[in-house]
Design a binder for this molecule. Sequence first.
Ligand SMILES: [Cu+2]
Length: 231
Amino acid sequence: MIKPLLLLLASGLAAGAAHAGQMNVSVTDKDGKPTPDVVVLIDTASKVAPRPAAAPVVIAQESLKFAPFLTIVPVGSTLRFVNKDGYDHHVRSTPSGPLGSMPAVKSFELRLDAAEGAAPTVVDDYKVTPYRKKSGTTSVDVKVDQPGPIGLGCHIHSSMRGQVYVSATPFFAKTDANGIATIDGVPDGAIELNLWHPDQLQEQATQRLQMGAAPVNASAQLNFTPRRRRS
Ligand SMILES: [Cu+2]
């Protein structure tokens, strides 16, 4: 009589331990304003290695910008740089941070030809200089196998700035225009919440929280106020 009951209890406990929940994080800057493009990372007590993205993650070069500005991928993923402009780009990795103090975890230089069929874009502020030697491609893949930041720039257009963050944890998100990040599937138990912003000079404080049955709503504040990006 007792044995089946114990088995039932044991399986119930196992199911409980495997429960996962949602974490909502609201991020503000030092002045209390909601801050977009913040990397939010959650580390769990028992480290979970992320699975690489199933397909290449596209970062477009469009209208002299990287789109999106900030891309977060799990370690081992492949980035796909795609030129959608009617002129060449020469994309390169750069250090991150206001003083370029954080070296890129992956170094590359990619020559991307003008997209075929794209109308040559008229840009008032910049001289668009075509490369003499064509690379013969508008798209290049780069595999990222080390966690950390990769700044993005362009040899031809110095105003082009972008950012990649390669995550060592599968639980990550970036904050939206309202400073909100939502991360699903976070296992129950103790977690550490960390923030990273491309403009930070110092590391951000770690928050220790507890995941349970209900979604957890957390708030976090950067220890500085990033300069607004021109959009
Ligand atoms: Cu460019």
